[in-house]
Design a protein around this ligand. Structure first.
Ligand SMILES: *Cc1c(COP(=O)(O)O)cnc(C)c1O
Length: 825
């Protein structure tokens, strides 16, 4: 039934007040009556939780207002399904988006508290690995800011991304117990529970001449909802992110109780709850573990059941789902949505195959994030059949219908049918999740222009021949609310003085800064802000590493997951080559530089962990050499996460985006850094290409092979040793690393790493070295002309408006979700 809402909509004036005095009273009240602490002995965390409750209360009201407004419009809903959300801290984000930061700061001052000290107490919500999870968080911010009807679904991991510590130069992982002190932002919904079924078998029976399927026996886990509110900037709009936690099913435990096995029942409860216990810390690598498959299905089943329930609650019929709901699959992790939606429509809502399939395709769309084979998810059929027997049947049926279409389209071409099949028949038979996602979706998108072109040319070449209109590009973006408004208050102030405040929700406004790049006074202010941000980062480096760095030096920044394709190795080789130049007295033209690294390695990715150790070993030698350290220093900042990114990025001069061409789908770190006035040093890869077009070739350092050249070299037979022989500085640097110059106590430590580079060098580090070293010299030269440097970095900021996540989400709404702009808030 559709509620009558006109009279129920809270008027804006009726909403809880956010003035200084009201906030002061509310915070004090929350501290005493909700947190239960005497203000005289309350800790910073107590105060932070009290403020969070006060802010949350104001978001809840706006959420209700939003919900009612969308209901009245009967708007189509968009649900973003992602296994990861890399959110970070929520206090400052909420205060700034709701626009009562100043009042809250003043109210706290009246209570003798410093807002920024409270902000720093909050732990990051790190429910994601890297770019993919951060993109999901940025998309929710844009959906709320643009007032798009809908929200996100994810998993409430008990333990998020591990905490990285560096001990004796090596990464050590510590569990991220982020819920230890409770989470004041979440709203538990104990009444929002769904059963999620695993194992068992399928029983077929006839009813009025039709075949029905029943999934029986096995075990059930309860999914319980926790909501996080996501406030849009400025407007009254607040959306929600629903996260699922696994709870043991009561019914299932009863069986044990009846047998008198009380302890067995409790153990079983623990077993069920492991499903949402921990985030898999793998970036760009698929994990073939049964628990991971169960996590994926748990998440998908709860979300799809909830989406259908919300749709029916709004008074719609189930066959209107295709008109009223859009589901975006963030990578293939939620690809089981295709099979689960089919199962629910056919087995629970008694729809026939054809109708269910039309709806499923109309609802689903899939975003691909990678071309790398090791990242593509496949599940053995034997495993899928055991854990999800009904879904295995449905996937075979989908494949049967699909291959019929393929054969109609390409008669007699068995090879193409084999390549396109959802089932990989080579060796152990497996389900190809990307194929399931493509077949079940009406749109498939890549995340940067080059990435989408490469998808069409390689990974999805045959699909593209079959359904060219299904493939679209939607270049990633970043939210200006977090990455400029929150992270760089100094620059925001300057921008707003000249452009007004509209840029926060309309980043194209930054174009107004362009002419100011020619104004020396304005450049001086821009440079002062960068210097202040660099001083803040220098302080952090000193706190964390005990290393004193000169804020006047060039801050050369590479912050991202540690991965061979991202080529931190190339950066290290350059550092070693420069070290040698300085020691040999050949460094007159060099600028003073601090090389700053941060990033986590997947715990099982040995080579990546070795690279972290090498960075730290090189840092140890460089930073202790009394001659070299005057020109060059190296800092590895531990535990890269959203909150540390917010300090590093505004302080960067140079942004290292040096992946092998054709390997980085888009990158978003590149966008954050350019927006904050760093020069990019990059390959023609991912979104670097579009960033270069936007900011202008003259304002971007490019180097290395392009995709075609990489391909050609590979085809002709790449021999890394030839490059080693041909370049003296490269040879010297590699020899030093191989022979233990940076680890004299354990000289064999990097022998295998260097041997692997000389023999294989999968990501062509050696082939790009010479070009990289040459462009670094251009960087040095430009940095020593501060006026030119500032002019170019300012033009970077002015021209990055295109990379706002708001533009990205508007493209999804138009090209993929079919949302009428009338339906936006
Ligand atoms: C933006 C971001 C990333 C992605 O960085 P890339 O350079 O695009 O790989 C990873 N981790 C965090 C914490 C981020 O904020």
């Amino acid at each position: 039934m559709l509620e009558t809402v006109d009279t129920a909509i809270a008027s804006e004036e009726d909403m809880l007040s956010c003035d200084r005095e009201t906030l002061r009273a509310a915070i004090e009240d929350a501290l005493i009556h909700t947190i239960g602490k005497d203000p005289q002995i309350a800790t910073r965390r107590d105060w932070m939780h009290a403020v969070a409750h006060v802010v949350r209360a104001r978001m809840v009201e706006r959420r209700m207002y939003t919900r009612r407004a969308f209901m009245k419009k009967q708007a189509k809903r968009v649900y973003y399904l992602s296994m990861e959300y890399l959110i970070g801290r929520m206090l400052l984000n909420s205060l700034l988006n709701l626009e009562f930061y100043e009042n809250c700061r003043d109210a706290l001052a009246d209570l003798g508290q410093d807002l920024h000290e409270l902000i720093d107490v909050e732990m990051d919500a790190a429910l994601g690995n890297g770019g993919l999870g951060r993109l999901a968080a940025c998309i929710l911010d844009a959906m709320a800011t643009l007032a798009l009807p809908g929200g996100g679904y994810g998993i409430r991991y008990e333990f998020g991304m591990f905490n990285q510590q560096i001990e004796h130069g090596e990464q050590v992982e510590h569990p991220d117990n982020w819920l230890r002190y409770g989470n004041p932002w979440e709203l538990p919904r104990p009444e929002k529970v769904y059963m999620v079924h695993f194992y068992g078998h399928v029983v077929e029976h006839q009813e009025r001449g039709q075949t029905h399927y029943h999934w029986e026996d096995g075990e059930e886990v309860v999914a319980m909802a926790y909501d996080l509110l996501t406030p849009g900037f400025g407007k009254k709009n607040v959306n929600s992110l629903r996260l699922w936690a696994a709870k043991a099913s009561r019914d299932f435990n009863l069986k044990y109780f009846n047998e008198g096995d009380y302890i067995g029942a409790v153990q079983d409860k623990i077993g069920s709850e492991t499903i949402s216990m921990v985030l898999y810390p793998n970036d760009a690598t698929a994990i073939g573990r049964e628990l991971r498959l169960k996590q994926e299905y748990f998440f998908v089943s709860a979300s799809v059941q909830d989406i259908i329930a919300r749709h029916l609650d709004l008074g719609y019929a189930v066959d209107q789902l295709g008109d009223k709901v859009a589901i975006q699959l963030n990578d293939t992790h939620p690809a089981l949505t295709v099979a689960e939606l089919m199962r629910l429509l056919m087995d629970e809502h008694h729809m026939d195959w054809h109708k269910a399939w039309t709806i499923t395709q109309a609802v689903c769309a899939y975003t691909n994030h990678t071309l790398m084979p090791e990242a593509l998810e496949t599940w053995p059929i034997a495993l899928m059949d055991r854990v999800l027997p009904r879904h295995m049947q449905i996937i075979f049926d989908i494949n049967f219908h699909f291959l019929n279409e393929v054969r109609r389209h390409f008669p007699g071409d068995n090879a193409i049918a084999r390549r396109l099949s959802i089932i990989d028949e080579e060796g152990e038979r497996r389900v190809r999740m990307a194929h399931l996602a493509v077949v079940g979706s009406h749109r498939v998108n890549g995340v940067a222009a080059l990435h989408t072109e490469l998808l069409k040319r390689y990974l999805f070449h045959d699909f593209h021949r079959l359904w060219p209109e299904r493939f679209v590009n939607i270049t990633n973006g970043i939210t200006p609310r977090l990455w400029l408004h929150q992270a760089n208050p100094g620059l925001c102030q300057l921008i707003s003085e000249h452009c007004g405040r509209d840029w926060i929700a309309d980043l194209g406004q930054l174009k107004q800064l362009e002419p100011l790049a020619e104004d020396p006074a304005f450049r001086a202010r821009f440079r002062e802000i960068k210097n202040a941000n660099k001083q803040r980062l220098a302080k952090l480096i000193h706190q964390q590493l005990g290393l004193t760095v000169n804020p006047e030096a060039l801050f050369d920044v590479q912050i991202k997951r540690i991965h061979e394709y991202k080529r931190q190795m190339l950066n290290i080789l350059h550092i070693v080559a420069y070290y040698n130049r300085i020691r040999d007295g050949r460094s007159d033209e060099q600028a003073q530089r601090v090389s700053i690294f941060a990033g986590k390695a997947a715990p099982s990715y040995m080579r990546a962990k070795q690279i972290i150790r090498l960075i730290n070993d090189v840092a140890e030698v460089v930073n202790h050499d009394p001659v070299v350290r005057k020109k060059q220093q190296v800092a590895f900042l531990p535990n890269y996460e959203v909150s540390s990114a917010s300090v590093i990025i505004p302080a960067a001069d140079l942004s290292e985006q040096i992946s092998t061409a054709g390997t980085e789908a888009s990158g978003t770190g590149n966008m954050k850094l350019a927006l904050n006035g760093a020069m990019t040093l990059g390959t023609l890869d991912g979104a670097n290409i579009e960033i270069r077009e936007a900011v202008g070739e003259d304002n971007f350092f490019i180097f290395g092979m392009n995709t075609q050249e990489v391909e050609d070299l590979r085809a002709k037979g790449y021999r890394p040793r030839d490059f080693y022989e041909a370049n003296h500085e490269l040879r010297e640097a590699l020899d030093m690393i191989r022979d233990g110059f940076f680890c004299p106590a354990d000289p064999g430590r990097y022998r295998d790493l260097v041997e692997d580079l000389l023999e294989h060098d999968t990501f062509m580090v050696l082939a790009d070295f010479e070009s990289y070293l040459a462009v670094q010299q251009e960087v040095d030269a430009l940095y020593q002309q501060p006026e030119e440097w500032t002019r170019k970095t300012l033009l970077n900021t002015a021209r990055m408006g295109y990379f706002s996540i708001d533009r990205t989400v508007e493209e999804y709404a138009e090209k993929v979700w079919g949302i009428d702009p009338e339906d936006w808030g």
